[in-house]
Design a binder for this molecule. Structure first.
Ligand code: CO
Length: 192
């Protein structure tokens, strides 16, 4: 396994429509998934799409954290690792919910994005076996965010409001401080 570099906004790969995986019996796919999981956990992030590591293929990984607070918040969804190839949203709730999102490819920014409260995702596991995931709440949000990446769509395209992190005080004032620290644990970059 190895960490991969997460590419940033401005890199054209992030805006390309990613290609479907057709060959599952491929060590490169297994390596990609292993590396994506390792990179997501290392950053840390709650999800990662292959285009973010400069691979324009329809592959995502998702994992909500499983610390005590996350367990309270996410219940059984906490700590479950999803590795999905060719994911597709086949059902979505009519209910939409607001939520604050960030993206490893757009460090220092947050935005309010309306997402479906729940979605059903269909795809394949790393061995090419069909899988179906019913996701609700935050997990559903992460799946929608990651699957968007496969079509070159970023949360800033959908956000109704975007904030730039200038310093900790402003983040705290915006009520984002806890979210920022517990979920993303990134360094604040003054002036960025
Ligand atoms: Co993202």
């Amino acid at each position: 396994m190895a960490l991969r570099e997460v590419i940033l906004l401005g890199n054209p790969i992030l805006r390309k429509k990613a290609r479907k995986v057709t060959n599952f019996n491929n060590p490169k796919l297994q390596q990609l998934l292993d590396d994506m999981v390792e990179t997501m956990l290392d950053e840390p992030g709650v999800g990662l799409a292959a285009p973010q590591v400069a691979v324009s293929q329809r592959v995502i990984v998702v994992r909500l954290p499983d610390d005590e607070e996350s367990k309270r918040e996410y219940g059984d969804d906490a700590g479950v690792l999803y590795q999905v190839v060719n994911p597709e949203i086949i059902r979505e709730s009519r209910d939409m919910v607001d939520g604050i999102e960030a993206c490893l490819s757009i460090p220092g920014y947050f935005g309010n994005v309306k997402r479906h409260q729940s979605v059903t995702v269909r795809g394949y596991d790393r061995d090419g076996k069909k899988i179906r995931i019913k996701a609700n709440g935050w997990l559903a949000r992460v799946f929608q965010h990651e699957i968007d990446h496969l079509d070159g769509v970023l949360f800033i395209d959908r956000a109704t409001e975007i904030w730039q992190m200038v310093n900790e005080d402003k983040a705290e004032a915006a009520g984002l401080y806890n979210l920022y620290n517990t979920e993303h644990d990134m360094e604040f970059e003054p002036g960025k």
